[in-house]
Design a protein. Structure first.
Length: 413
């Protein structure tokens, strides 16, 4: 089945609201083997909506729209759909009763606008929205299916999961299997070069996708077919071959995060970890404590942003800061040594850098980061050069630092 997604709303076009609906719908439908052939956004103008519907319906079996189904005057999607499909609007008593019940629970009465909201195109299959007043709509035409969902993300999501996906499965239910490797320490082109021969040997119904993030890459193997057992078997065989080749960079599988991988090793070895952060401002600590059960291995963090804080809290010698600067190998090493003196931990991390957008120099441009990691008697250091974007630098640094400590724990005797 080929699906196109149409998101409607002026607020999306002018950047006032980020379109998270389209990405969520695409991700969920991809998981059940649906092919997404396109995504489009239009404003709240009837002619533009109709033009998009005409164009998308010439290419897709199912067109899913979100937005414009509320009670206000700018919510015109329903009327446009009615006109586009040539279906008259009919008052739906059941919908109006549901709307009335919804407002009664809130101690309010529905307005005339909500009464108008109960008018629906003839022949529509309605999907009850238990989180709002606008129901989802499904139309079956001669050559296409049309599905219309509210633009409010939490309303859209529950209708998609409770109604739309089961409806699609009743019409089209292929076999699709995904297996995902989580890697860190190499870019997507480097990984692709390593498994190029395998990729060239893959049967047509199997594919590999590279999904890069900051310091990490997901390598996903996807298989499609008519026999579930056959697809599973084939995907597993090729997945294992790829895993063996990329093993040095693999930290986990499926949805496992870097911090989960680190935590699993710390828990297994019964070790405690702490962090000393400057440019990341506690983001590494946030990453480490995100998995449930982090209290098993995480001791705490000391955030020392200024020179004064580094000397007072971590006992970094002023002469080190004056001679080498806060962004230096000597400083992060001293920060980590100070952390070991402050905390009862087995391993730790320290970082200091220039996250940006200002503060860079010719010798130390924005994105220059130093990381120290390891144990009390075996401290390692690494310098990385990130980007010019502050938020990206903070996340990238955190991922690199966590991965360095993870690999240290796997190799340190």
């Amino acid at each position: 089945m080929k699906v196109a997604i149409l998101t409607i709303g002026d607020e999306l076009l002018i950047g006032q609201t980020i379109d998270t609906n389209a990405s969520h719908i695409a991700k969920e439908l991809n998981q059940i083997g649906v092919e997404i052939i396109g995504k489009q956004t239009v404003g709240d103008q009837a002619n533009n909506i109709k033009e998009s519907l005409t164009m998308l319906s010439s290419k897709a079996d199912l067109i899913i729209t979100t937005g414009g189904l509320g009670p206000t005057k700018d919510d015109i999607t329903k009327e446009v759909i009615s006109d586009y499909l040539g279906r008259p609007m009919i008052f739906n008593k059941e919908i109006f009763q549901l709307i009335s019940d919804f407002f009664e629970q809130l101690g309010r009465k529905p307005t005339e606008a909500h009464r108008q909201q109960a008018y629906m195109p003839a022949g529509v299959e309605l999907m009850h929205n238990k989180l709002g007043t606008a129901p989802g709509m499904w139309f079956t035409e001669e050559k296409n299916y049309f599905c219309h969902l509210p633009g409010v993300p939490y309303e859209m999501k529950i209708l998609l999961h409770d109604h739309v996906i089961p409806k699609i499965r009743s019409i089209y239910d292929p076999i699709i299997v995904h297996r995902t490797l989580r890697t860190a320490g190499a870019g997507e082109t480097q990984l692709a070069d390593l498994i190029r021969d395998i990729e060239n040997q893959l049967p047509e119904h199997l594919s590999i996708a590279y999904l890069p993030d900051l310091g990490t890459v997901r390598v996903r193997v996807t298989g499609r077919g008519a026999s579930k057992d056959q697809v599973l078997n084939e995907v597993d065989q090729w997945f294992d071959k790829i895993k063996n080749i990329l093993d040095h960079y693999v930290y986990g599988m499926e949805d496992e995060s870097l911090s989960e991988a680190l935590g699993n090793i710390l828990r297994k070895k019964e070790l405690k970890v702490g962090t000393a952060e400057s440019c990341t401002g506690g983001y590494i600590a946030h990453q480490i404590v995100t998995p449930a059960g982090a209290s098993d291995y995480y001791e705490g963090s000391i955030i020392t942003y200024s020179y004064e804080a580094k000397t007072k809290q971590l006992k970094v010698k002023p002469e080190i800061l004056l001679r080498y600067g806060a962004v230096s190998e000597e400083t992060v090493r001293a920060m980590l040594e100070g952390l070991f003196d402050k905390m009862d931990i087995d391993v730790g991390l320290s970082v200091s850098g220039i996250a940006g957008p200002g503060g860079g120099t010719p010798d130390k441009p924005v994105g220059t980061i130093w990381i120290a990691y390891g144990s009390r008697n075996n401290i390692k250091t690494k310098k990385i050069l990130a980007s010019k974007e502050r938020a990206l630098n903070i996340k990238f640094t955190s991922n690199v630092a966590i991965n360095l400590l993870r690999k240290f724990l796997l190799t340190d005797k």
